[in-house]
Design a binder for this molecule. Structure first.
Ligand SMILES: [Zn+2]
Length: 499
């Protein structure tokens, strides 16, 4: 089939040509590579430092604003996570963990998610980068990058799959202060379960996950899981089989994401770029090339909607660094030379010392028939969104703290009072802040006739709110923001809840 179906670019009105420059900021903490999950553990934060070295030697650091993340504070993490879980993460140490056996079990910490030295500051660092990226997008940047983030499995009060705190959920909550709809896209080989679960019952966040499905961690992500209540049809799952190659992957990604952008029309996009979907990953079983993986970045970038690029899985670390370096180039609109520049980790990239690596000759178990079925079913689900119940926008809650900057000047208007949750421009009306290019006018529309008949809409579901979405994309802020704590308490009944 024509893999460009759905558009090689997009059908949305844009503010500039695809080749035009984007304002890009990049979050990096030079300590992040020192965190160590333990001997034999496949998750290696060192890959973030390797990525950074490649960026430096390809000259990309000069092309974007480089920021050191401000560590997320307890109260930042508690916007999604349970207080007792955050307290536990803050206090537990490798030396004292034996005294907290019950808590370790309760919070699923110990095996896949071990206690290691500096665990809490590691969480603060990667979460701080993602939230800081969201703040930057809220204040006019086009693309923000945090390769240390993307830990999509973490739950409200439970670690999972090498993830402790869910920086993605926190970043999306930050984006929701300014954007009535946020799109989450996940190209990690594993299902983005933590993010899906957090927003399963809201229509303000659409989650789309492309993942290996069937006898594979975490086991969720069935095509039949579409969201619940107001969130029905706002979760999309794309189940894939072993050995998927670039052409098969894009034959789903482009038509599906093209249609999602057209129908959902998000104000911001969060793209989790887990690199364990690459060919030859230590834990993965897909057969994507770096260019095939990066095509997802290129495609999402082409819509000229602010994008937060995050890391995620990726366990053959030389290829993770290659991939995220190349994708940073895509974000900046640069095609990087295949011949790798000398760098401090050069020996990792032998014997060829090239940026790209050939995919393998493994069998692609995804037949064209299966791919066609998945595509039509998901596109069909998307047509049901057109008349889905709409929601109202809420009053903007206080700003998160902005990241510290280790390079250029920071806009003083964006500065946050050190120990206060009160932002200087807190009271600023929503329609006066930041980018609002898609919003023509503001007015009230009461939710009424468009309410779905088959699903009772719960008034108190996730982000208890209603954005009116009209063809001209109007909305009205209303003064009843619901804290996330309450929102996540109302997750899908089938889903596991914490004690
Ligand atoms: Zn993964």
């Amino acid at each position: 089939m024509d893999v460009s179906a759905g558009g090689g670019g997009n059908s949305l009105p844009t503010t500039g040509a695809d080749g035009s420059k984007r304002r890009v900021c990049y979050f990096y903490d030079s300590e992040v590579g020192n965190y160590y999950y333990g001997q034999g553990h496949p998750m290696k934060p060192h890959r973030i430092r390797m990525t950074h070295a490649l960026l430096a030697h390809y000259g990309l650091l000069d092309e974007m604003q480089v920021l050191k993340p401000h560590p997320a504070r307890d109260r930042d993490l508690c916007r999604f996570h349970a207080d007792d879980y955050v307290s536990f993460l803050r206090s537990v140490t490798p030396e004292t963990q034996q005294d907290q056996i019950r808590a370790l079990k309760r919070f699923n910490v110990g095996e896949d998610c071990p206690v290691f030295d500096g665990l809490y500051s590691f969480c603060q660092t990667y979460a701080g980068g993602s939230v800081g990226g969201a703040v930057k997008l809220n204040h006019g940047h086009d693309i923000a990058i945090n390769w240390a983030g993307g830990l999509h499995h973490a739950k409200k009060c439970e670690a999972s799959g090498f993830c402790y705190v869910n920086d993605i959920v926190l970043a999306i909550l930050e984006l929701l202060k300014y954007h009535q709809r946020v799109l989450y896209v996940d190209i990690d080989i594993h299902h983005g379960d933590g993010v899906e679960e957090a927003f399963y019952t809201t229509d303000r966040v659409m989650t789309v996950s492309f993942h290996k499905f069937g006898d594979y961690f975490p086991g969720t992500g069935d095509i039949r899981d579409v969201g619940h209540s107001k969130g029905k049809y706002y979760s999309l799952n794309v189940p894939l089989d072993d050995g998927i190659d670039d052409e098969s992957y894009q034959s789903l990604f482009k038509p599906i994401m093209g249609k999602v952008m057209e129908i959902f029309r998000p104000g911001a996009v969060v793209l989790q770029c887990g690199a364990d979907s690459l060919s030859g990953d230590r834990l993965g079983c897909f057969n994507l090339s770096i260019k095939g993986h990066a095509e997802c970045v290129r495609f999402m970038r082409s819509f000229n909607v602010p994008v937060l690029l995050l890391g995620g899985g990726g366990y053959t670390i030389r290829n993770v660094a290659r991939c995220w370096c190349y994708e940073t180039g895509v974000a900046l609109g640069h095609e990087l030379t295949d011949k790798m520049p000398l760098n401090e980790y050069y020996e990792y990239f032998g014997p060829d010392y090239t940026l790209h690596v050939a995919p393998s000759n493994m069998e692609n178990k995804n037949t064209n028939r299966q791919l066609d079925e998945i595509r039509s079913r998901l596109l069909d689900n998307l047509t049901k969104l057109r008349h889905a119940p709409s929601v109202q926008f809420q009053e903007r809650p206080p700003e998160a703290e902005l990241p510290e900057q280790d390079e250029d000047q920071e806009n003083p208007d964006e500065r946050h009072h050190a120990d206060s949750d009160v932002e200087m421009n807190d009271a600023k009306p929503l329609e006066d802040t930041g980018r609002r290019s898609s919003i023509q006018s503001v007015r009230v529309k009461r939710e009424s006739a468009e309410t779905e008949s088959t699903d009772q809409v719960e008034r108190n579901s996730l982000l208890d709110s209603s954005i009116s979405r009209e063809p001209d994309d109007t909305y009205k802020a209303t003064p009843s923001w619901q804290p996330m704590q309450k929102l996540v308490a109302r997750q899908h009944q089938r889903r596991r809840t914490c004690q």
